[in-house]
Design a protein around this ligand. Sequence first.
Ligand code: FE2
Length: 362
Amino acid sequence: MADNPLRLKSIHHVELWVGNAKQAAYYYRHAFGFSQFAYAGLETGRRDATSYALQQGKARLVLTTPMAPDDPINDHIRLHGDGVRDIAFHVDDADAAFREAVARGAQPVSEPVDRTDGSGSIRHAAIATYGHTIHSFISYRDYAGPFLPGYVGKDAPGREAGLLRIDHMVGNVELGRMNSWADWYSRVLGFSRYISFDDKDISTEYSALMSIVMSDDSFAIKFPINEPAAGKKKSQIEEYLDFYRGPGVQHIALLTTDIVATVRTLRANGVEFLRVPDSYYDVLGARVGAIDEAFEVVRDLGLLVDRDEEGYLLQLFTKPVEDRPTLFFEIIQRKGSRGFGKGNFRALFESIEREQALRGNL
Ligand code: FE2
């Protein structure tokens, strides 16, 4: 059992750097059901960038766009398109977390500083992880405002879909780098290897991937790390790496306790999901046995089901949420299973490959 050397408490928020945060905020509110609760921009005295803070359950997204052409955020957007910049942690003590992480070999990005406004202060620091992705450390002093210093409360409701929190976040890294990044999460953050998949678990005729799931000691923060594996044609991980121009966050999995209601809402909101072949449902009952949900509903909504020794899970994956085939989302409900849907990999990858073929990338 690992300890918690950085005293991580939770994922505080996930920040995406995007080309047009105003429009992205509208999409995440109207399609995914996040509600905006805070804002920082020209009207609040912030001149360099505009940020929207959105929340659904405990999952918080921040969408940020720079205002000036020479802002370094533009380098990230030019290279990667819209994508995740920061998986920020709430910690006991940002100074201690940063010191310990750097002592354990992390590359510093931002030294600890106070961030202050009329509502009080927080401490902030950051380290680098794979690609241009970072982990911020945030600890609270006396801050009593809506989100973080610099933000004002500004509500704009979304079409709530019952999403509760981030279940896991997956990083894609280059061929041959999965083990070293898994070791990095072990050495720097004190995470343990929770489960791993190799190309025998996850391969189709054309493409394969390998994955190691790293988790904190409470299993609340889970970060699978993927790398491509050899196949006849380009794997989905290679396609991601080509279009993201390097390693980065591949998907964010959001937890619900009623996936039928959640996916009904998301579909009505216009979220596009991957669809497995109908043949998947011909053998589903034999593969997973009895489940609480009505089989016809599961099939009509296109939900995927997997069972292991502990129970079962239901999941569904969106198509990429940008024009580049990069970041996508997963909706997941756990009914005892702590797995990742290994039994669905083949059907899922075949449907991903159909999409890749349509994009001319297989
Ligand atoms: Fe996942």
